[in-house]
Ligand binder design. Structure first.
Ligand SMILES: [Zn+2]
Length: 338
């Protein structure tokens, strides 16, 4: 089973710079990825001399659009074979990468779990800042629609600045380097020398498509839940994983925070519908533990904390997850390396 990948490379190349079309990404790239979907499910081999340890870094661990001092917006990094793979691009992701001591110019691929702003707000900005930091190679991005349209519009929004920098600073055109691939079904997303990435369809109403990703490298397996209700698809994707990075929402805490906000003048109707949406469309932290247990993962890493402002102690989240999960539980923090 392979993921449905729609690459709009050819269209984009027509729009961007006809003179460079032959040198840019084209349909062949798409075909290569499609062919990759047919490969046997082998984990990649590491070249001699490369560090054997795949690094997982939590870049931002709150959930939802509200800014908090304590935690940055949702994002994670996988570093393997010197290449940087970023999962979700919440506000401030590029700065978090720098804070983590990782090189922006090592960016190789971007994976968006779903098109909610707390997960995608800095998608274009991450790529732009990596380009500015010296990125030269192609970056592939993967995620649900309208990823291609978002990519195109990002470059339109920033065309004035980009054109000036190309002329004034002699930089190469970044519009040739970012290639979006829209994913609409479960299966293998991509495979290269470092990693094989597969996805499952998440259930995150009202979004038509949301994804969970699994990364298999030569030495580790890690699954990122994204935002989702509890599903068998997620349990199957996470089966036997070393690390399961899962969203964690604590409903009594959310209720309390909203009640306090309403008392302080926040609109009650909006608060009520927010609570309905959060409680019906995403995993509670106890369910995160249930999924981890059913999948038999070694380590459950809690992230996407809601509330993410410290109103509920981390220990409460861990105890909730512990009700169902007997393995190791880590309460995620920004910049924590696992
Ligand atoms: Zn969401």
């Amino acid at each position: 089973m392979s993921a449905t990948i729609h690459s709009l490379n050819a269209d984009r190349n027509n729009q961007v710079d006809k003179s460079k079309r032959d040198g840019g990404p084209n349909r062949r790239e798409t075909l290569k990825i499609a062919a990759g979907a047919l490969l046997p499910t082998l984990v990649p081999n590491l070249a001699a001399g490369q560090s054997a340890r795949t690094k997982i870094v939590l870049l931002g661990t709150t959930g939802g659009p509200p800014l908090t001092v304590m935690r940055a917006a949702p994002s994670n990094a996988v570093l393997v074979g010197g290449a940087l793979y970023v999962i979700d691009c919440g506000n401030g992701v590029a700065r978090q990468i720098v804070q983590a001591g990782l090189r922006l110019s090592a960016l190789k691929s971007i994976f968006i779990t779903h098109q909610h702003s707390d997960h995608n707000l800095d998608y274009g900005n991450l790529f732009y800042l990596a380009w500015y930091a010296g990125l030269h190679g192609q970056v592939n991005s993967y995620g649900p629609p309208p990823l291609a349209e978002m990519t195109k519009k990002f470059f339109e929004l920033n065309a004035f600045d980009i054109d000036i920098r190309i002329r004034d600073e002699g930089r190469h055109d970044p519009r040739q380097l970012l290639v979006p691939h829209e994913i609409m079904s479960a299966g293998i997303v991509m495979q290269d020398d470092n990693v094989k990435v597969t996805c499952a369809l998440a259930d995150h109403p009202p979004l038509p498509v949301a994804l969970s990703y699994r990364f298999d490298t030569a030495d580790r397996s890690v699954v990122f839940s994204g935002d989702t209700r509890k599903t068998d698809a997620l349990i199957n994707l996470a089966k036997g994983a070393d690390v399961f990075v899962c969203e964690a929402q604590y409903l009594p805490g959310i209720e309390e925070v909203l009640q306090r906000a309403v008392k302080a003048g926040y609109d009650k109707d909006i608060a009520d519908s927010l609570l309905r949406s959060i409680s019906g469309n995403a995993l509670t932290v106890e369910q995160a533990g249930e999924v981890a247990q059913a999948a038999g993962v070694k380590t459950l890493v809690l992230t996407h904390f809601v509330p993410g402002n410290g109103a509920v102690p981390e220990q409460v989240f861990v105890e909730e997850a512990r009700k169902a999960f007997s393995g190791e539980i880590i309460a995620g923090r920004d910049l924590l390396e696992i």
